[in-house]
Design a protein around this ligand. Structure first.
Ligand SMILES: Cc1ncc(COP(=O)(O)O)c(C=O)c1O
Ligand SMILES: Nc1c(O)cccc1C(=O)C[C@H](N)C(=O)O
Length: 427
């Protein structure tokens, strides 16, 4: 499609957009009495209007039923999490038994590493990406230390080549082969938080397995953003937060995937708690742990229903829309944003650079822009003028035109604000 940098063209795209009506399903903050252009759904998604009713329902049930709500609420709390299995499995390409919701992301990755990072004297290394999200780096360091290994020996980072912003798949595969028999685990962010690069999860997972390692994915920036086939790709485990593209609220519950080939493996260690115990016998208060078959068997505690309520509102919305429609609009609107950035660049002769891959296969709903010249003051200008982006050190702004609530007209308007900003900041 040939794009145009005009409001009329943007409005024509909006008129053809099947997801356009969903913008009205979300609550937008306002700046100067005008709803913002929200580009930070990769950090915290907007609040869907329907969420409040889900939370109110739990509050009402708690008020009216108290403890009886566990079993007699319209959506009983004791198996509330089972409502996620179907819709959430479709979001990540899994069998319903392979997904569960619990805890928060880093906590879940730690818990899954109890099962899938079991180093031996000879096979103890973890491969991850250079500059992984800091929480992942701290997690890797504390995991290898807890097993008695040294960071510099046990953690192998895949580097970017000099002068390049993204990691090449061939370099990931070469590193996996090089580490070979010493490799215990490959654990990478499916979509890199800083650059927005989408990794080739299928190929990397197969390579990790060929080397005899387990392969897991941190899907914080992937869930609700890209289409995945975790089951078919034979991924061992994965976890994601629900507060970014899945709009379930600040710091909210995490989703987990454990491949069904591991569900019956009694030798797989895990940290247990009563919510992972055989559902029929959970309230018999037996002394010996008998895990639920499926990802639910990794649960530990009685679930926080007030956290799950917004997440349920979200997965039901995703189920209604489907990942195919999201991906279709995502690719178009991301390309339109890229076009607008390039147009503004030509018009004002700026010095910014898009560091996200240009191939639609390697990117999703995020363009990261390296600000060589304009820097922090341009970011401040955008924020003051109702464009909510984020700043990541040393000098990158990330723009996520989330397909569920961003219009093509927003992208056009953003271009105009950006142009004004660059001209003003340069003065
Ligand atoms: C890639 C990635 N991993 C981990 C985290 C940490 O998530 P949490 O604080 O929910 O554990 C985030 C975001 O905060 C992230 O983007
Ligand atoms: N969870 C966050 C928070 O509570 C405050 C600020 C940022 C966050 C984020 O989620 C950051 C996000 N993971 C990122 O990609 O930068």
């Amino acid at each position: 499609m040939t794009f145009e940098n005009t409001i009329e063209f943007a409005q024509r795209l909006d008129a053809q957009d099947k997801l356009n009506k969903y913008q009205d399903e979300f609550i937008f903050p306002k700046v100067n009495d005008k709803k913002v252009i929200y580009f930070t759904g990769n950090s915290l998604g907007l609040q869907p209007k329907r969420t409040k009713a889900y939370v109110d329902e739990v509050m009402e049930d708690w008020a009216n039923l108290a403890v009886e709500g566990h079993f007699y609420a319209e959506k009983p709390w004791w198996d509330y999490h089972e409502r996620f299995a179907n819709p959430l499995s479709k979001v990540v390409g899994a069998l319903p038994s392979e997904v569960t919701v619990m805890n928060t992301l880093t906590v879940n990755l730690h818990l899954l590493m109890v099962s899938f990072y079991r180093p031996t004297k000879t096979r103890y290394k973890i491969i991850c990406e250079e500059k992984a999200f800091p929480s992942d780096q701290y997690m890797f360091q504390s995991q290898v230390h807890s097993h008695g290994y040294k960071t510099e020996d046990a953690i192998v980072e895949i580097k970017r080549r000099d002068g390049e912003h993204n990691i090449r798949t061939e370099d990931v595969l070469a590193k996996i082969e090089e580490v070979g028999d010493e490799l215990a685990l490959v654990l990478i962010g499916g979509v890199n938080y800083y650059t927005g690069q989408v990794f080739d999860m299928k190929t990397i997972t197969a390579a990790g397995h060929k080397a005899g390692a387990y392969v897991g994915w941190d899907l914080a920036h992937a869930a609700g953003n890209i289409k995945m086939e975790l089951h078919d790709w034979n991924v061992d485990f994965a976890a994601w937060c629900s507060y970014k593209y899945m709009n379930s609220g600040p710091g909210n519950a995490s989703g987990c995937f454990v491949h069904d080939k591991h569900h019956q493996d009694a030798d797989l260690p895990r940290f247990a708690g009563w919510w992972g115990h055989n559902k029929e016998r959970r309230f018999k208060m037996e002394p010996t742990f008998d895990p639920v078959h499926g990802a639910d068997g990794w649960q530990i505690s009685n679930l926080p229903i007030l956290s799950l309520a917004p997440y349920l509102a979200s997965v039901e919305m995703f189920d209604e829309i489907g990942m195919d429609s999201i991906v279709e609009k995502r690719d178009l609107i991301t390309s339109y944003l890229e076009f607008i950035l390039q147009e503004i660049d030509k018009e004002v002769d700026s010095t910014f650079e898009i560091i996200t891959p240009s191939s639609p296969v390697e990117r999703a709903s995020q363009l990261s822009v390296l600000l060589h010249g304009e820097g922090r003051s341009l970011f401040d200008f955008l924020m003051e003028n109702g464009v909510i982006t984020d700043w990541r050190e040393p000098n990158v702004i990330r723009l996520a035109p989330v397909p569920l609530y961003t219009s093509f007209a927003d992208i056009y308007e953003f271009g105009q604000i950006l142009k004004r900003g660059i001209l003003q900041v340069e003065k």
